[in-house]
Each structure stands twice: as C-alpha cells, then as structure tokens.
Design a protein around this ligand. Structure first.
Ligand code: WQD
Length: 338
C-alpha cells in the first residue's frame, strides 16, 4: 500500500481527500497543526472509512518532525494542503501568510528531497489568474499580480516548485489550481468549518439559512455579467478531492520528472444570484438577501477551461451544483444539531 503524507489533512479539502485516498487503497499519513481544523474530524474520517487514520499533530515548518515522519514510513507521495487561506486576514497579517505558506512549503520540499520522495501534489488556486484576459481560463493564461498576500503566496509557491523542478529535473509535481470548492461529504459527517463570520459565499448562505446570520449581502449587481453579479466556477469538494487521487496516480506512473499546473473546476460559470436561487430551491429555504456594494479585490468572472485535467489526469467534475448546495445545507443542519 502506498503511503501518502497529507499536510492539513483534517481541513476542509484535506479531510475529503483522506476519505478518497483510503477509498482508493492509499494509506494517508496526516500532519496537521489544528490551526484551522478540529481533532474530531479525524474520528469522522475514521467513521466514514472504517479505518484508523495515522495522525501527527504538528507543523510543516518543524523539520525535525518531518524527519521523524519520513523515517518512520516510506513516503511515496505528498499532498500539501497545509496553509493559511483567509484572503482578508492575509491583508491584515501578511507576515503570518508569508511565513506559514512559504515556510511550510520550503520545509516540505527540503524533507522531500532529503528523503528522496517527490510525487508532490500542491494546492494552488485560480487566484493566480487574477482577472483573466479571456474565459474560460486555461493553464497557459498569464499569472497576474495577486490582489492579496494570500494570492501572492500561491503564485510564489508555484514558482518555488517550478524552480526546484528546474534544479532537479527528476522531481515530480502537479500544481492543482482549484476554483471555488463548495459542498460537503454525502454522509454529512465532514464539511467546511469556517472560523467566525464566514467570508466565503456558501458557508455564509448556509449559516444565514440556519438563522445564524441576519441576512446575506450580494457584493455588487453592476458587473458586466448576465445578471450583474460575479461569476464563479463552483466545484463539489468530493470531486475536487478525487482530482488529488488522479494527480497522485499520474505522478506515481510517471518515470520522468514533471511539473504541471492543472485547473480543477467544472468548466462552467454560475453567478452569485444563480447560486442563491439554486440554494433556495434545493433547501426549500427563503434567503433574506440584499444587494450591496462591490467587495474590494473581487474578480468579475472566472471559470475554468477544464480540458487539461481530463486529458492529462483523466479527471472531470461529475457532481451538480444543486447536489453540492444540498450537501452543504445538510452539513450545516448537522452542525446545528451538534
Ligand atoms: C464568491 C462570490 C463574492 C460572500 C476566495 C479566494 C480564492 C479561493 C476561494 C481559497 C464573490 C460573492 C461572497 C458574501 C457575496 N481560495 N459573495 N456575498 O472570492 O471567489 O474566492 O475563496 O481558499 O482564492 O479568493 O470566493 O466565496 O468569497 O466569493 O456576494 O457574503 O460570492 O463577492 O463574487 P472567491 P467567495
């Protein structure tokens, strides 16, 4: 059985990926500092998969701990999720973001080269495209200056991995550029756990529908889109998790060094207002929303050209927007009952 180090494995995308790794016959070894996750997520992953999860509580920047992990088991691949991800917070605390996101990655890369394990799947983001010149956006699009320190860390992390690949042409990596992950596991046992007031759209919607928020503000309806609200490519987190398994399998099959950026999206754009209407329909809840001002730093429209993921990895999204919203709502309801 192949051992896969999953940093940030108890987080939103990490936890769903652990489930899919186990379902696909891999052995995930989780490293998580619990800065934005909860220990009980481990129990939930174990409940879903009926297997014990190997877990280390610690930080990716702890080189000694990485040495222990790499010496304990042969690590066949690494999926590196662990990073700070709140866009607004990154503007207020840029050094925290540069230290954690860049330091975490370089530490992982050092351990991985030292212990002769490449096969790295890295969590990147469509944020690297900024406002794309054309849509759908493909991987050859220009990488723009980021709107936030968070975005800058994703651009620089990609660059660091590309530079390592140039220095060591045998190194194997895939940079997955996620679009907007939403939804939750179909079991409603794991899902997104926003800290404080959610800044992302879907957790805000589900909390508003559950009565935890007074109302929802749509940030702008004067964009040049079909209904004036922003367009995003919303992808179910389970589909996204499965993309990691495909990326890992691709790397394990590759004999030569490689470093490829791959979009992970559905290939379709939906407006914020369309998403609200779809949510109201599947949840049978009326949302109390108003139209507000544009949010600083928001991109008008972005959705993926999903051709490369299908061609290179044999992966494409399969779960509908409606199902993703229903899963997010079911997860929110179980949280309220906890
Ligand atoms: C989606 C749309 C908002 C909240 C961010 C990061 C990105 C990524 C995912 C992270 C926008 C609108 C939102 C609300 C609203 N990575 N909105 N009312 O900004 O596309 O992407 O999260 O880890 O890097 O930038 O996602 O969910 O915040 O917003 O109208 O209360 O919903 O303006 O158009 P975004 P989002």
């Amino acid at each position: 059985m192949k051992n896969v180090l999953v940093t940030g494995g108890l987080g939103f995308i990490g936890s769903h990926t652990c489930v899919e790794l186990i379902n696909s016959g891999f052995h995930p070894i989780v490293l998580d500092n619990l800065s934005n996750s909860e220990m009980w997520i481990k129990d939930r992953i174990e409940k879903i998969t009926n297997q014990t999860l190997t877990f280390y509580h610690g930080d990716c920047r702890d080189a000694q701990l990485l040495d222990t992990i790499f010496s304990e088991d042969q690590i066949d691949g690494i999926i590196h999720f662990a990073a700070s991800k709140a866009v607004g917070e990154s503007v207020a605390e840029p050094l925290k973001y540069y230290n954690n996101n860049l330091g975490g990655l370089t530490s992982i890369l050092e351990a991985s080269t030292k212990h002769k394990c490449s096969n790295l799947v890295f969590s990147s983001s469509c944020t690297v495209y900024g406002t794309p010149d054309s849509l759908p956006v493909d991987e050859s699009a220009m990488i723009k200056n980021a709107e936030s320190p968070y975005g800058t860390t994703k651009i620089v992390c990609e660059r660091i991995i590309q530079d390592l690949s140039k220095a060591d042409p045998s190194y194997k990596s895939i940079l997955l550029r996620y679009f907007n992950p939403i939804g939750a596991h179909e079991s409603s046992l794991i899902g997104e756990l926003p800290v404080g007031v959610p800044s992302n759209l879907v957790p805000f919607i589900t909390q508003a529908a559950a009565g935890l928020r007074d109302g929802l503000t749509v940030f702008g309806d004067d964009y040049n889109t079909k209904d004036g609200s922003c367009v995003r490519d919303f992808i179910h987190v389970t589909d996204l998790a499965k993309a990691h398994i495909k990326a890992l399998a691709f790397l394990l099959n590759e004999n030569e060094g490689t470093c490829e950026a791959v979009n992970i999206g559905t290939g379709h754009g939906n407006t914020v207002l369309e998403l609200i209407t779809a949510f109201e329909k599947v949840s049978a809840q009326k949302l109390n929303y108003t139209i507000g001002k544009r949010r600083n730093g928001d991109v008008e429209a972005v959705y993926a050209d999903a051709t490369k993921s299908k061609k290179l990895l044999g992966w494409e999204a399969t779960i509908s927007l409606e199902q993703a919203l229903l899963d997010a709502w079911n997860w929110q309801k179980t949280l309220a009952n906890n």
